[in-house]
Design a protein around this ligand. Structure first.
Ligand code: AMP
Ligand code: ZN
Length: 468
């Protein structure tokens, strides 16, 4: 049975959804103000792994991932560039979705955007005021009174009583540290610095705080109580703690049953982050010749609750592991004829499957699950070396690898040759240009590809490529 570590209880618990095999899953999505780095993608690959393993276990998952398209950072940086908030965030949203596709991350069922849920956020804010949990500050902003919420601090393991003396006042910023626990803003009264980013609402002219965004979007899409909420460990406080206070304060019901948080991707022992400048985007990795699946493999190969130090040796090894799996797949696909060792291999496959599932059931222990897969890979390679594997066993082994890959999402079972991602991107770009009537630019890309030895043919079924 699948067990997951729950931040709320600080225990590994058997996973049991609220309703039969249906799972409501919410993961905090990106803030659209920059190109995410591969540290950010550790969070999204983790959620994808969790979701894929739930699907593997025949759960029906409704996955919602929000897009934060208005907050302190998006406003600040769009103004720095002198462009509208929508235009600014749209650029990064587009890049984000491209990256998700490259990383083989299954699409969520819904990607709500904060700016489309202002009405819901205002309604929650009003309800919290009515219940006496929120109040208007002298600046016109509306704050959550954290002392009025009995459980405030539980998720983040903070004892409010001990803080009583030190903690006072309120904070309008979206992000703050644990030693700065204060009443936080649900609704931020308009400030000149917000420029043209504001809404006229019954709670005043202004914009929402970041935390209320996720309460509104998750509840509207998944209900007042749902199964799993994920994010990186930095979101435990204040973001998720505040989400709980807002949601439970409003509905009077338990908000989320299982809270799951992934650890950091590090570089030389420090968190990979934009502010430290020690980051690589997915695009950086592709440009260095690492396929996106190698990045995916690297990110999922360490247990999600352990820190993972990024190194180029590490990504090289990840790339080699993926190649090793794909080489075996090619070899298995080429096996013809029969031999007598079919039964033996079936036993090995059954053992590998049991070990894979045991490891994954143990709070998604991917490093052990992969060890089980590679033990089988090694043994099958030996069988192939001794020509002691028949076609039927090869097919069984392939079926097992396909099953495992429904969770890992790193293998390639297609016999068709694939072009490097950079070239596929160029082909897509040319298609877009052609469809929008920009033929000159489209032709330029076509010649560029021809120089690289790729010929494009436009057929009624779409564009086809071949090597010259
Ligand atoms: P942000 O766009 O900064 O809100 O971050 C998006 C997600 O990426 C959050 O869930 C963060 O916790 C996560 N994240 C940011 N940096 C890292 C890192 N170095 N390692 C793992 N997760 C990270
Ligand atoms: Zn969130």
């Amino acid at each position: 049975m699948l067990e997951l570590y729950n931040t709320l209880t600080r225990k590994q618990e058997p996973f049991k959804p609220l309703k039969g095999k249906k799972v409501g899953l919410y993961s905090c999505g990106p803030t659209s103000y920059n190109y995410p780095h591969i540290g950010n993608y550790r969070a999204y690959v983790f959620v994808d792994l969790l979701k894929r393993y739930l699907l593997y276990n025949s759960f029906k998952v409704k996955h919602v991932m929000n897009i934060t398209d208005v907050d302190d950072k998006t406003i600040r940086d769009s103004q720095k560039e002198g462009i509208g908030l929508k235009e600014f965030t749209a650029r990064y949203e587009k890049a984000f979705f491209e990256d998700l596709k490259s990383l083989n991350i299954l699409p969520a069922d819904n990607y709500p955007k904060a700016t489309e849920y202002i009405r819901e956020m205002v309604a929650i804010t009003q309800a919290l005021m009515k219940k006496g949990l929120a109040y208007k500050g002298e600046d016109g902003s509306i704050y959550y009174n954290i002392r009025k919420f009995r459980d405030y601090g539980r998720l983040a393991n903070i004892d409010l009583n001990k803080l009583r003396a030190g903690a006072s006042g309120r904070v309008k910023k979206d992000e703050y540290e644990k030693d700065n626990i204060q009443d936080f803003a649900l609704w931020k009264a308009y400030d000149k610095a917000d420029g043209n980013v504001f809404w006229e609402t019954p709670v005043g002219k202004g914009r929402p705080g970041w935390h209320i965004e996720c309460s509104a979007m998750s509840i509207k899409n998944l209900g007042k109580t749902f199964d799993i909420h994920c994010g990186g460990i930095d979101l435990i406080f204040p973001h998720h703690q505040n989400e709980i206070a807002q949601s439970e304060g409003w509905t009077g019901k338990k908000f989320v049953n299982y809270w799951l948080h992934n650890e950091w991707l590090l570089v030389n022992g420090q968190k990979m982050s934009k502010s430290l400048g020690n980051f690589y985007t997915l695009r950086d990795m592709l440009a260095k010749g690492f396929p996106a699946v190698a990045v995916r493999y690297l990110l999922l190969s360490t247990h999600y609750r352990q820190q993972l130090n990024f190194t180029f040796e590490g990504i090289d090894a990840a790339k080699a592991s993926v190649e090793r799996l794909n080489e075996l797949i090619r070899k298995l696909q080429d096996i013809k004829g029969s031999s007598k060792s079919g039964v033996l291999i079936r036993k090995e496959i059954t053992a590998a499957e049991a070990a894979f599932e045991k490891a994954m059931d143990d709070d998604l222990n991917t490093s052990e699950a992969l060890a089980a897969v590679f033990e089988l890979v090694k043994s099958i390679n030996q069988h192939i070396g001794n020509s002691s594997i028949d076609k039927k066993s090869a097919e069984e082994a392939l079926k097992f690898l396909e099953k495992v890959d429904s969770v890992l999402g790193v293998m390639n079972f297609s016999r068709e040759e694939k072009l490097p991602e950079g070239l596929m991107k160029l082909i897509d770009e040319r298609e877009k240009l052609r469809k929008s009537g920009n033929f000159a630019a489209a032709d330029k890309i076509r010649s560029q590809l021809r120089e690289k030895g790729i010929q494009l043919d436009d057929t009624p079924e779409g564009v086809r490529w071949k090597r010259l």
